[in-house]
Design a protein. Sequence first.
Length: 504
Amino acid sequence: MANPLYDRLFGIHAGKSTPFLHLQTGAVISHQDFLGRAAQIAHVLTHSGLKPGDRVAAQVEKSPEALALYAACVQAGLIFLPLNTAYTAEELSYFIENSGASVVVCDRRNEATLLPIARQLGAALATLNADGTGTLMDQAAGMPTSFATVTRDAEDLAAFLYTSGTTGRSKGAMLTQNNLLSNAETLVREWRFTADDVLLHALPIFHTHGLFVATNITLASGGSMIFLPKFDLDLVLTHLPQATTMMGVPTFYTRLLGDERFTRDLAARMRLFVSGSAPLLADTHAQFEARTGHRILERYGMTETNMNTSNPYAGARRAGTVGFPLPGVDLKITDPESGDTLPQGEIGVIEVRGPNVFKGYWQMPEKTAAELRADGFFITGDLGRVDEDGYVHIVGRNKDLIISGGYNIYPKEIELVLDQQPGVLESAVIGVPHPDFGETVLGLIVPEPGKAPDLEGVAETAGQALARFKHPRRLLVLDELPRNTMGKVQKNILRERYQDMFAE
Ligand code: MCA
Ligand code: AMP
């Protein structure tokens, strides 16, 4: 096949007037129209001199055109690099430089800030706004609606997704065509997606969950999506009766349950609710079933691996578990120190191997070697166990990570910013339970002797450096941080001490 990912997700729909995207306005974009737009964008990108393997960085609002940009990159053999719309200029500058992106696509609102950064890094800049306007689409309008698909191998890179790390510097996870395609095809079969499905899409499209899991599955099965700009409770409740499936982070489900308009009747046509990206509380699972009669299907994935495990479609979906390894995925539980496989039932680090597992971190061979073993197993950093029936339970993390509303936040990145503020000696950032976001960020600051840091000033400076969702929800001043005999900060003690800080 010339370009497996394009051919099997997009090319199969060539010439079809079947619906692909149902918009909030009532408009429907057919597969054919969507592919036409993607082809036009592919022409713009290649006319500007991009060659297969070049990177296209996109920080754009969710729109059909933004999705067409992804399709265009696949068709033209370019590496798509979607970026969270919340990232600040400082954060973006790092991603553009590190990836060596040749083109940056951004919203007009951010053009003035990003243009000098792009110029300095030798990248061209185009705009794409939430309403689908912008210089990218202006140029695309004059282009042909078909494009000769660029030949790619299944092992060629299709996308970079940046993920932070415990050292504070983000790493570009290199995902191949086959990583994405194999996972999409497996999930279509496992979750029984067909051309009759209508997926309610309220997730962002700059992460694995909304872009690869939801979109690629819909494309591979030939179904359609109700494509909402974001998770807006009113909009979701309005459109739910027309949908057959929905994918969300746990916050989606707790917000739905918090609204009495969300009833069994409203979910009557639905056949499947999927949850992932963060732990779904067993209590939410139970409440959801009591309200709607549906058992949420929880699955487990990562940016580096796409989806690894899933509760069964037909068998028992067990609350508090993430189900079984997907077909083709090997999963083992290992000792965090020795790396040896542990006996069944014991708690250790989850390692996974399969066609879904990424190629490594872009230009970071040491970091790649530290997490991806020579035999192909990826060390997830999640702690788990496999029960006697084979269900995988995630019981914690062997990595210092906070997951807030499905977004990953690495404390180190925030601590580095806090530590630089005037009057701050050191800091510790922890995740504490939060009723809406699951976890939220708490910043603990130890002042330099005799100093009283201006907390508002600290918050403001941190705000310029870090995306909004990473900001500590509260900053507290402590005399000192608890440490063990090795001098390591005991975050577990801090987490316990402040666990009720945001309790309802
Ligand atoms: C928005 N804010 C947040 C978050 N989202 N703060 C912390 N955590 C968040 N997740 C900020 C806003 O900037 C705003 O700031 C304030 O919180 C309140 O915003 P609100 O209107 O309540 O938020 P929202 O716009 O409704 O968004 C919440 C959300 C959204 C719907 C839960 O964050 C979301 O769609 N999350 C999904 C993330 C996702 O797709 N994750 C998948 C990653 P202020 O008011 O102060 O200005 S992929 C992955 O993890 C793996 C592979 C997997 O397994 O899927
Ligand atoms: P990311 O790096 O954004 O891809 O996030 C991946 C991390 O999200 C995993 O390593 C897990 O810690 C977490 N995660 C994803 N799905 C689940 C789930 N169903 N339950 C618990 N944690 C999850």
